[in-house]
Design a protein around this ligand. Sequence first.
Ligand code: G
Ligand code: G
Ligand code: MN
Ligand code: NA
Length: 253
Amino acid sequence: MVLESSLRRALERDEFELFYQAQVDVVKRTIIGFEALLRWHHPELGMISPEKFIPLAEETGLILSIGEWVIRTACRQAKAWQDAGLPPVRMAVNLSGKQFRTKLDQVVASILLETGLGASWLELELTESILMRNAAENQQLLQALSGMGCSLSIDDFGTGYSSLAYLKNFPLGRLKIDRSFVRDIITSPDDRAIAKIIIDMAHTLKMEVTAEGVEDHDQLELLKSYGCREIQGFLFSKPVPAAAAEEFLRKGI
Ligand code: G
Ligand code: G
Ligand code: MN
Ligand code: NA
């Protein structure tokens, strides 16, 4: 398949780029982190969404080398901003299920060593499906990553096949409320109830919580009134290239 062969060459041809979306402390109105989001500039097709090529990367196993590139590039960027004297921020990276296997801890450890980024600045976003499978092996990996100081969060929380047991069994620091619950939060009492319950549950379990997909002030104010302190969404910023993200860090959002 054509897309597959170009995906194979994309790394060596330097066609990937990370965009960064701000995560904002809504009380202090400061950026406390960025989520790194992968972009592929295909030479003929233009920009291709990760929704299209991540599944292909997973099928072909290319996700391992691409995923490693993502972690390295994100860590390097976070360290460069720190070295430039900008306010230090957390860097969140999405992990695919295929990446989540033995030796991921070693991969992450060597990238942290190589880039010089402190482990506590790196957050790994996991899906519920990652957390649901082969518990024993997973538990070791999660403990190893958490033990070396990385933060772990659950992405798209509430949309997967969840078991609340993993919230107590695994060293997870943050829930990210899926944007499908935020979208209609003003008009849908059900979505509102779900968002509120996730926020309360996170706080009860001494976890942090981030609402995703916040696009307007009404959503923001409602989430704030529920005690959600951190938001990510187009209201503050879309995912942007590194230079634009750096501007936000310099001038504020
Ligand atoms: O910004 P957005 O269109 O980039 O992201 C689309 C989807 O692709 C999201 O579900 C996001 O989690 C996923 N995604 C973006 N970047 C990466 C990445 O580096 N690795 C993995 N596994 N998924 C990513
Ligand atoms: O699955 P994950 O949460 O990693 O994916 C992040 C995706 O959500 C990216 O595609 C990003 O562009 C998108 N996104 C982030 N903020 C918003 C928002 O406020 N509105 C919408 N519609 N999408 C958003
Ligand atoms: Mn994510
Ligand atoms: Na999400």
